[in-house]
Design a protein around this ligand. Sequence first.
Ligand code: ARG
Length: 583
Amino acid sequence: MKKLTDILSEKIGAAFAGLDLPQELGEVRFSDRPDLAQFQCNGAMAAAKQAGRAPRDIATDIIAKIDKGDLIETLDIAGPGFINISLTQNALQNYVNTEIAGLGAALPENGQTIVLDYGGPNVGKPMHVGHLRSAIIGDTLRRILSFAGYKTLGDVHMGDWGTQMGMILMELKHQYPDWPYFDADFTGPYPEESPLSINDFEQIYPKASKACKEDEARAEEARAATVELQNKRAGYYALWQHFMDVSIAAMKENYAALNVYFDLWKGESDVHDLIEPMVAQLKKDGHAVKDEGALVIKVARNDDTKKFPPLILYKKDGAVMYGTTDMATLVERMNLYAPDKVVYIVDQRQHLHFEQVFRAAKQSNIVPQKVELTHAGFGTMNGTDGKPFKTREGGVMKLEDLIDMAFQKASAKIDAVNPESDFSDEEKNAIANAVGIAAIKFADLQNPRQTDYVFDLDKLVSFEGKTGPYILYQIVRIKSMLRKAGGFQKTDFTVDDNTQNLALLLAQFPNVIDGVVQGYTPHILCDFVYKLAQEFGRFYAANPILVEKDEAKRNAYLSVCAILEDTLSKCMELMGIDIPERM
Ligand code: ARG
């Protein structure tokens, strides 16, 4: 998938070089104003500064040097010295047919491995909407990166080893003191079946947390139980394993509902045994030092403009910290997968934590310098009141409740749009499910990752505007038209005045994928799909395809629609959004 902009940049760059100007100034990009120009090169401005000449003069010289060949239709100078470029319809058509049509297959492998960390649910606590953004953005990045040629590994990285575990264990001990799990003399075997279901577990954490808040003795007991669990006390460990099984089953259901997939079901507990040797080595190499009773790695640098507190490995009381586990997880990831990149798709509010971990990991060579560590942070999902999204009662919204709310809204919407539909209940439910999930996922993905956004379900399920359901609706329309057309003679993409804008948009696909990969920014793909769906809407309104008398033209336009359907569907697949046959 060679980019059109690269092909043009080479040509224009050569003209710059031919005038003894830096070749890279010939960089060409898709124009921000497609109504004025297809492509633009702004290099004459910078060149003018260097050469001490007027930018328009330089632009004139550049244009004179370019052999348009079969590729370029027009070259113009606009404003202070922008070079506007448009392609011949022939060149555009060739490009779309050779590079874009049939893009279903992933790009060739690039030999690079990337670990993506986008789960982070905490065992024992219900999954909430805070985990939603990680999952949606992370899984989409995994799909796009693997399409782009990376070997990807998505890790759920559960919070399964923290004090919440000790809190829950002790709450259960108070409720069921006779359970064998709490009897230090019990020699086993422990029951195979979990004594509690996921619903029971969900009741326990709030109680445990309340007890520990109100009573310091309970909090202390929970901390001690956490340490005992971490030392694998048999009964605690056996009960913890039940927890894990039951929780993981529930998490898997939640993630499956969102079409989110993980390659690795690992958690903080998996690296527990790596901590001690890691810390010993860090001490030996002088990276870990004592600081006010704690053991830390100092990560501040002289040129820092903000305060960088040290990364704490062991607290005064000997407890390990969030950062310790993240360091040990990097040890494990380097050992097992030797990735070229590790990306954390985690709330932006944890940014300082990740900067500390990354610095500590590089300073100590736990991670080689050339490996790229990135915190791809995201903003908060707010309610319509502008505050972090909550239930009506002000509690934390559970993920499955949110999904159900979207389903209900989508279902009502489908009824409103198709008052006389012949959908069976089963089909309608399937459609409402697809529409609800599309609404949630697209809403989350289309915002620039770092910005906060307002979660307004009524808007998100709308079939109009920049929403998931709107995109689905356009795709379903194309599908329905292709069905109605029955068999037709498939042709290549034909570029004429009616299809030119569509072709130009399609031609941006490689740039779009590259943009997402460079910045871990899926919203670029959403922008693209939205523009493409809108452009299809215009094309469809202006050209009554099914009733077209000229058979060659009808075939050509139906073929254009088929290529559009492929591209739009591919994009949705890259976001893990399913498309119904009808809606
Ligand atoms: N469990 C954490 C939380 O709920 C998120 C973990 C993110 N990943 C990581 N490697 N730190 O906040």
